[in-house]
Design a protein around this ligand. Structure first.
Ligand code: IMP
Length: 225
C-alpha cells in the first residue's frame, strides 16, 4: 500500500512546552505536520484521574483526538521514588499542589527525602497514540537514576535538576536535549514509536478510512429518514 502523508497532522496532547519540544525533536524527521495544544485555542481538558500512567495517557490521547477530530499523541510520565513507595508517580506534576511549579515540586521532593539514604528513582513514560474513534497504540519506557540532595543544571524541566543519571554522571538538567533523549524514558518510548513508523502511518490511515466510511454510512442513513 502506498502511503500518502503530506497532509497527516499529529497533535501532541500537551501544553507543557518542555515535553512538547522533546517530542517534536524526536518526530522532526517524520513526514508529518506536528502540532501541540498551544497551536489551538482554548479546548476542554480531560480529567487526569487514572491510577496509572497508561490510563492517563489513553485518557489524554483519546479525549484530545475526539475533541479536535485529529490523531493525538499523549505522554503521561512521572517520577517514582523507591523510598517514597513510588511517589510522586502519577501525581508528579501536582505533587506540591494542583497548580504547583517545578520549583515547588522539587522543594517538596527534597524535603520528603531529607535524611534518606536510599535515593533510587526512575522516570516512567507511557505514550498513547489515539484516533478520534478511540482506538490507540501504546509505547512505554523507563529510566533508572538517583535523586540528589541539591539541584544541578539548568536545562530541561520538572525534576530534571534533581535526577542523576549515573552512567553519565550528570543530571538530566546538565544534559543537552539530544543527550537526555538518548537515554530518557520519553526518548526510549519515542524511539520505539519511530522504529515502527511506517506501520503507525498505515494504522492511522486505515483508522481514518474506517471513520470516513462510518460517517458516510451515517449520512446516508440520515438522508433516508
Ligand atoms: P503529566 O503531564 O501529568 O504527564 O506530568 C508529568 C510530570 O512528571 C511533569 O510535570 C514533571 O513534573 C514530571 N516529569 C515527567 N517527565 C519528566 C522529565 O523528563 N523530566 C523532569 N520531570 C518530568
Amino acid at each position: 500500500m502506498s502511503i500518502k502523508v503530506a497532509d497527516q497532522i499529529l497533535v501532541i496532547a500537551t501544553r507543557n512546552r518542555g515535553k512538547s519540544s522533546e517530542i517534536r525533536e524526536m518526530l522532526a524527521d517524520f513526514p508529518i505536520l506536528v502540532k501541540d495544544l498551544n497551536d489551538f485555542g482554548p479546548i476542554p481538558q480531560p480529567v487526569e484521574d487514572g491510577e496509572t500512567f497508561d490510563e492517563n495517557a489513553y485518557k489524554k490521547a483519546s479525549f484530545t483526538a475526539k475533541v479536535l477530530g485529529l490523531p493525538a499523541l499523549a505522554d503521561d510520565s512521572g517520577l517514582s521514588v523507591d523510598a517514597l513507595d513510588g511517589a510522586p508517580g502519577v501525581y508528579s506534576a501536582r505533587y506540591a499542589g494542583p497548580k504547583a511549579t517545578d520549583a515547588e515540586n522539587n522543594t517538596k521532593l527534597l524535603a520528603a527525602l531529607s535524611g534518606q539514604t536510599n535515593r533510587k528513582a526512575r522516570f516512567c513514560c507511557v505514550l498513547s497514540l489515539a484516533v478520534p474513534a478511540g482506538a490507540a497504540l501504546t509505547y512505554e519506557a523507563s529510566c533508572e537514576g538517583e535523586i540528589l540532595d541539591a539541584p544541578r543544571g539548568t536545562n530541561g524541566f520538572g525534576y530534571d535538576p534533581l535526577f542523576l543519571y549515573p552512567p553519565m554522571g550528570k543530571t538530566f538538567a546538565e544534559m543537552s536535549m539530544g543527550q537526555k533523549l538518548s537515554v530518557s524514558h520519553r526518548g526510549l518510548a519515542l524511539r520505539e514509536l519511530k522504529g515502527e513508523f511506517e506501520k503507525v502511518l498505515q494504522w492511522l490511515q486505515y483508522r481514518q478510512a474506517e471513520e470516513n466510511t462510518r460517517r458516510g454510512a451515517d449520512e446516508i442513513c440520515m438522508g433516508n429518514k
